[in-house]
Write a protein that binds this ligand. Structure first.
Ligand code: 13P
Length: 256
């Protein structure tokens, strides 16, 4: 973390978990336990149908609500899809774009990620852009090229003055839901690489202002060490964000 230049953001990505009633119960409990921490911003990325309940429950707390996906078009014949404008109207502030599960199971590409990033920004939503390599790609020693390409294409046609709205999340696929975390050094190295790609395109001032999270089996035990890395400005947390106490512990780790 480097709080002098950028916000630390701790975001829970619930994936396909929790009903609207469970969402309300979670946020009510979270509010009671959150304390007056203000070193980090707290975000919850919830399923579409949970958004109204989440926004309502989080209204009097400093917790922003995010969607986990969106379509890039404004409207039209796209059965099952949701637009940025629809999310915005519900009070959504952030949207996860290009999560590896969406790339893997729903055929998202770097190009569709770029279209979604642009549509999110046009509608005042802050994209959390996910990038990361598979185990095969890491073993083939192509991690750096792959991440560089993912970041460059995601940022195609994005102006420097929009960059402060963007958050990146480095999520090595081999660390997601596996209990296998990247070492703090590995996380720091790739988050640093992402920042260097941003620096090459937009300059040092812009690069140092962008929040770059780590995601992949982050939990109350390893969070502090990961967040101690200068270029790791927060977490995108799956499994450990489903339990209030674990999520709070990670938030507290960012307050050290
Ligand atoms: P886990 O924390 O469950 O490994 O999930 C990470 C993730 O994919 C967050 O987006």
């Amino acid at each position: 973390m480097n709080r002098k230049y950028r916000k630390t953001i701790i975001a829970g990505n619930w994936k396909m978990n929790k009903t609207p009633a469970e969402t309300k119960a979670f946020i009510d409990e979270l509010k009671g336990k959150l304390g007056k921490q203000r070193w980090c911003d707290v975000v919850l990325c919830v399923p579409f149908v949970d958004i109204p309940a989440a926004v309502r429950a989080a209204r009097d707390a400093k917790v922003a609500i995010a969607a986990q996906n969106m379509h890039w078009e404004k409207s039209g014949a796209f059965t099952g899809e949701v637009s940025a404008e629809m999310l915005k109207e519900l009070g959504v502030k952030f949207v996860v774009i290009g999560h590896s599960e969406r790339r893997q199971y729903f055929a998202e590409t770097n190009e569709t990620v770029n279209l979604k990033v642009k549509a999110a920004l046009e509608n005042g939503l802050r994209p959390i852009i996910c990038v990361g390599e598979s185990l095969e790609e890491r073993e083939a020693d192509i991690t750096a090229e792959l991440i560089t390409t993912q970041v460059k294409i995601a940022l195609r046609d994005i102006e420097a003055d929009q960059m402060r709205k963007i958050v990146f999340a480095y999520e090595p696929i081999w660390a997601i839901g596996t209990g296998k975390t990247a070492t703090a050094e590995q996380a720091g190295e790739i988050c640093g690489l992402i920042r260097s790609v941003i620096r090459a395109k937009y300059g040092a001032r812009v690069a140092r202002s962008v929040t770059i999270q780590y995601g992949g089996s982050m939990n109350p035990k390893n969070a502090e060490e990961l967040l101690a890395q200068l270029d790791v400005d927060g977490g995108l947390i799956g499994g450990a964000s489903l339990k209030v106490d674990d999520f709070i512990s990670i938030i507290n780790a960012s307050n050290q």
